[in-house]
Structure formats: C-alpha cells, structure tokens
Design a protein around this ligand. Structure first.
Ligand code: DGY
Length: 337
C-alpha cells in the first residue's frame, strides 16, 4: 500500500484495512490504493489530507462524509462506498449535489443478526458468577407460560433485519408481533407493503400500530429503525414510560435512536425490566462512568450485530465491488439511490 499515487490511475482511499478482503483491492493494477494504516478509526486529518484527488473512497460508520469531505476530495470524486448497511454518516444531499454515487451493504448482514441481547438480558448473564438461588438471576420468559399465554414483540422499524429477527423469534414461541413504519413513509406505498407483510406474517398476528400502542403492549421492543435526524431519541422518556414494567428494550440499530439518559432512568426507577444494547449513543467512546454501564439489568455489547467472519467478508467484498463499479462508471451491486 502506498501513499504515492500514479497519474492516470484512479486513486482509491480505504479508511480501514479490510483484512482478508484486502487482496481483492491490492492485486488490482488499475488503481492506486491508499489505506489508513492503523486498526482504529481513521484520523479525520489523515482522511482529509489523503482523500485529495481520490476517485473512490471506502468508509466505515464513524467517517463523516459531508461538504468538508467533498471539498477536501475534489471534483474528480465519483463514489463513496460504506462498509455498512447504515448510512447516516453520509450527507446524501451533499453527495447528490456533487454527483457522487453512494454504495452500501444491505442484505449481506441480515442473517448475521442474533437476538443475543434479549437472551442475555432475560437470564441476566452478566451476573452469572453469583451463587444459584431460586429466584436470583431470573428474568421474564420470552416464550408463553401458563400464567402468560400471549407474548408480544414490537419492532420500531420493520425492514429486512427486523423481519429476520422475527423469523428467529418464532422458535421462541412469540405469538403476536407489532411494528411501526418509518416516520416519513409514504402512506400509499405503506399500505401495499403492509398488506404484503401482514399476509407473510399472519401466523405471528403481525399488526402495524403507532408507537404508543407498541410501547404499551410489547414484552420486548426491538429498535431496528435507521439512525439520523428523523429518528433521533425516538425512544425517550415519553416512550419508555409507556412500556410495561416487565418489558425489555433491545437496540441493535443506532445509539442515537435511544436517549441513554432516559433509558438509564427507566432502568433505575424500574419503569422497564431490562435493556440489551448493541449500540449506544456516543460509541465507540463510552466510558465506565456512563449511567447505563452502572445498571445491572443492562447488557451492552460493542456493536457486534454483524460480527461473523462470513458476514464481515461479504460486507467488505460488497463495499469493494461498489467502489470499483463506481470509479469505472459501471454497475454498483448496492447503490443507494
Ligand atoms: C451496519 O452495517 O450499519 C451495522 O450497524 C454494522 O454492523
């Protein structure tokens, strides 16, 4: 990997070494490759310096693609490819203004999702070193029981990952599923999509409801809506106060969707039973003094929802195929329109 580029070959900047996928870029003789050399988020100053003259850039979640980035890159920039399904770090209006194509990695990570957070929190795994005792370490059961013949899961956002999660939860005995649409969804396309979804998941009694009803009726709420301004703090004090005292909140989408202070208060004051978080506001820089870290019924994972070797390899390969398609003016397998 070199920092010196050759004229006439398109320059491709990669913001993090892509491990076993990297040879797919390194063996190409038709590009000049520049890669951030460290295994941590790319320094902004390094990125702004190196992106100058680039035709394509592969970014990760923490790399803001905005006007500053576009100005640093220059007019020859053709494509930004993010190795993620989420894209709230990319200012799509700015990329559109500059005619820059955007690639992302949907589908390839849908199946990696595991309801591990909810399983961890229902049995309080983090306290598993305490001695056995009849009711210690117990949590609400996910499947139906004699005393609770109905179990309801609610999905804030019902895209590909939410549907794959519901498919897995069926095996746990979930009998009823609720979902909300995106706050900006178009009413007409929504009703066609709703009808199709409700037919597909009729055995789970799938219903589209508003956020209030979802909060009030769900035993487990899964936050699976995209991040960004539109969904900022969608789960705040008002939502949490409507949830049931034995319910669990699981967030595997973006930290910004859940107000962490309100959630810490909800756990502390027992408005809800527990929380499983794969993402938290401010990640990856969460200190040990974060109020959620002190809550015993909060399991926090370090954003590992897609962390299987196969899925990450597929994501990296998709990001590479997108950048190559974009720099040579060809098809991008997953282009964000
Ligand atoms: C994504 O791709 O957006 C995920 O959050 C990372 O696994």
């Amino acid at each position: 990997l070199s920092d010196a580029t050759t004229p006439n070959k398109p320059k491709v900047v990669v913001c993090r070494h892509l491990g076993p996928a990297m040879p797919q870029l390194e063996r190409r003789t038709d590009i000049d490759l520049v890669c951030w050399p460290e295994d941590r988020f790319c320094d902004r100053a390094w990125l702004l310096h190196n992106v100058k003259g680039a035709t394509g850039v592969i970014v990760l979640l923490g790399d803001a693609v905005n006007e500053e980035f576009m100005a640093a890159a220059g007019q020859q920039l053709k494509v930004v490819s993010t190795m993620s399904v989420g894209y709230e770090h990319i200012d799509l209006q700015a990329t559109a203004r500059h005619g820059v194509r955007v690639g992302y990695t949907p589908d390839v990570l849908t199946e990696a999702g595991k309801p591990s957070d909810v399983l961890a929190i229902t049995s309080q795994l983090c306290w598993g070193n305490l001695a056995w005792s009849p009711f210690k370490l117990c949590g609400p059961q996910l499947s139906t029981t004699l005393s609770s013949p109905k179990r309801t899961v609610g999905f804030l956002g019902f895209g590909r990952i939410a549907q794959a999660t519901l498919a897995r939860l069926v095996g746990f005995g979930i009998t009823h599923a609720l979902y909300t649409g995106s706050p900006s969804s178009n009413a007409q396309s929504v009703s066609a999509r709703d009808a199709e979804l409700q037919t597909r998941y009729r055995l789970q009694g799938l219903e589209r409801v508003d956020a209030d009803r979802l909060a009030q009726e769900s035993d487990v709420v899964f936050v699976l809506t995209p991040g960004g301004k539109e969904t900022y703090h969608l789960v705040g004090e008002a939502f949490l106060r409507k949830m049931k005292p034995l319910s669990i909140l699981v967030n595997t989408s973006r930290g910004s969707v859940v107000d962490s202070d309100a959630l810490a208060k909800a756990l502390h004051e027992k408005w809800i039973w527990g929380a499983g978080l794969d993402v938290v506001e401010g990640e990856p820089f969460i200190g040990g003094d974060h109020p959620l870290v002190k809550e015993p019924r909060c399991v926090i994972l370090p954003h590992v929802g897609s962390a299987t070797t196969e899925t990450r390899l597929d994501m990296a390969t998709r990001a590479i195929d997108n950048v190559i398609g974009g720099i040579f003016g060809g098809e991008m397998p997953s282009e964000l329109k």
